[in-house]
Design a protein around this ligand. Sequence first.
Ligand SMILES: Cc1ncc(C[n+]2csc(CCOP(=O)(O)OP(=O)(O)O)c2C)c(N)n1
Ligand code: SF4
Length: 288
Amino acid sequence: MATLAEFKTAEKSWWCPGCGDFGVLAALQKALVELGIEPENVVIVAGIGCSGRIGNYIYSYNFHTTHGRTMPVALGVKLANRNLTVIAAGGDGDGYAIGMGHFLHAIRRNPDITYIVMDNHIYGLTKGQTSPTSDPGFKTKTTPEGNLERPVRPLQLAIAAGATFVAQGFSSNQKQLVRIFKEAIAHKGFALVNTISPCVTFNRVNTYDFYREVLVDLDNDPNYDPTDRVAAMQKLMETDELVTGIIYREPESIPFEEKLPGFRPEPIVNQDWNLPREEFERLLEAYR
Ligand SMILES: Cc1ncc(C[n+]2csc(CCOP(=O)(O)OP(=O)(O)O)c2C)c(N)n1
Ligand code: SF4
């Protein structure tokens, strides 16, 4: 079984000291070790952003894709080889601005992919512009007079789109984050883990202290039922999404790839795709 050290790479981190993304990285490596998954069976599909560097620091396969396109790439990987553990990761800009269309349609399809959004309410890599999750009134280089837009609420959107697993973690709550990642990876279907991951350089409002003050931990509520979709939506609306824990989980989820017509348990990558000559000619005929 792989150890924590075996999931680390020799690459020196490029993140600012104190960046929340360190906590996300550490929790993900720990979750993979505790689940007994081997590095050669993991594919990180990362977007563009500070957060997208996460794949460089995990010893596994890493597909650093273009901005906002983690979802179609991750789906392609999963369809080609469903035996792989596919983890998509990126920022709130990557997932909820340019990648928003892919995000909602990935949820509808429910492939067995874990999607970790490292949400810092700002564009970090491009040095501090307003993002879709930025608070109203938030002042940045693109909104010097304060953000005029209402923020996207990704957890409510995910529930409304039919998500089968929705959770929120906080990068400084390692114990809970490791548990959430383990459950998300083990879930049979699409698992969204929005992870609050403060940007200490460009966001001086949504800080670690701010979140420690306002976050409500669902683990402390024995009456909360994460299998009740309506209750999940209500909780998110009541708390304005300032919660951590597993918000919703559908116990009977069947992943997209298993519902495809002609599904065969053997991954496509291992199937014999040599067509007999006559069959190949017959297929070509349709295009002549
Ligand atoms: C197609 C395209 N548009 C815009 C950019 C510029 N760009 C790079 S990263 C980024 C946003 C970064 O913010 P986020 O996704 O929240 O990640 P963070 O850096 O905060 O982790 C943008 C707009 C790009 N690289 N490609
Ligand atoms: S700019 Fe922000 S998000 Fe990027 S590495 Fe630094 S602290 Fe992290």
